[in-house]
Design a binder for this molecule. Sequence first.
Ligand code: CO8
Length: 257
Amino acid sequence: MSHQLIKVYEEGQVGVVELNRPNVLNALNRQMVDEIVDQLEMYDRNPEIRVMMIKGNDKVFAAGADIDEMMEETPLSMEMANPFAVWDRMTLIKKPVIASVNGFCLGGAFELALHCDLIIAGEDAKFGFPEVKLGVMPGAGGTQLLTKAIGQRKALEWIWLGEPFKADEAQSLGIVNRVVAPELVKEESMRFAQSLANQAPISVRLIKEAVRAAEDLSLMDGMKLERKNFYLAFDSEDQKEGMKAFVEKRPPHFKGV
Ligand code: CO8
């Protein structure tokens, strides 16, 4: 598949999607979101890939949705184009997705990062929802994902004021997993991704499903899902290998089957 607005490449078992519209600070238009999600789905189906990463460039992750593309929209044009269906597909990705963030990560771009499982950020990263300053509001899940992550009061403060906040504050509230020097973001993200790629892939995907379900399910329903996934793991060769390796006092070799 040929891409125009993203670059894709693999490092070992990590599939990388790099946002590539530098002249507009990687502003996300519909084509770009389509390309991102199409590629994530391809990696999700590719047995050679165990972890995915979405990154911007050294200066910016992305400055939000493409305002030029959006400004003439009408309610009916959006109803007919259904621009958020592609975002829903992202929630169905089974393998881990890491957002690797330098610089601005605003609006739709922050929503893209919040759709990822983990966020590694540089000290230079700035997160925020400036939509209120444009007379609109987040539309790709921002009000829901941020509120679930940090609670209503902080979410309202940030979304109402629309000011960007720094990586260390995002980390203290549990939005960002790790903050490192700006020049180390790619390296740290890749190190994290590679260590995740070494874990048993079936365990990793079953864990993702169970942890993500905790957002929506009652405790008892969540426990039931966890139990099913726990049983399912025992259908894998990796479960046999993992436990055998422990007993034989050697490192396991996981194949993802
Ligand atoms: N859309 C389109 N173009 C943009 C965007 C954007 N979001 N952000 C920056 N650009 C363009 C600028 O117009 C400029 O182009 P040009 O050189 O042709 O004038 C170029 O990128 C460089 O930008 P600046 O000169 O403004 O760079 P600065 O370093 O001075 O400022 C900022 C950087 C602070 C990030 C500034 O560019 C800015 O405020 N950008 C807009 C941020 C914003 O409001 N984002 C939210 C957009 S709305 C949204 O995301 C809704 C999401 C819901 C739907 C999601 C669907 C995908």
